[in-house]
Design a protein around this ligand. Sequence first.
Ligand code: ZN
Length: 150
Amino acid sequence: MSEPIAVRATPELHFRYAAGRYGSLFLRGLGEGRILASRCARCPRTLVPPRVACTHCFGKMEEIVEVPPRGTLLAFTLVAFPFLDPFTGVQRPIPYCYGMVQFEGTDNTFQYFLSEKDPSKLRVGQRVEAVFNEVRKGELGDLLHFRALE
Ligand SMILES: [Zn+2]
C-alpha cells in the first residue's frame, strides 16, 4: 500500500448570510450593549438569543425583552488546541476558557468565551458578567467575553 497523496491548500472562503429577524434584533442589541431575549406567550420561558418559537412548548415568542448582562456559569472548559476563530478568521490565542452561561431571568444557556484562562479559578454556579467591546458594530464579536464577578 502506497502513502496517500496530500495536497496543501489554503482556501479563502468569504460568506455573508442573513441573520434573520430575531438574529438581527439580538445583534443590534449587542451593538447597543444590551442583551435581548424572547419571551413565550404560552409558558414562562425566556430565551437568549431571541427565538421565534419556544423550545419547550413551541408557542410563539413575540415579546422581546432586555435581560441584565449578568448570569451564572453552568459549565466551562479549557480550550487548548488551536483553531480558527469564526469571528475573525485567524487563530485564536490559546489557552482560553469557554463557558455556558444562564443570563438572569432566562431559561437557557448561552455559550461564549470567558476572560479567565485558568479553569482552577472558575466554578459552576459562579456569577459572571458580559463585557462588551468599546467600539461595537452590531455583531456577535461586540460581546467580548464573560468575566467572573466573584
Ligand atoms: Zn413556551
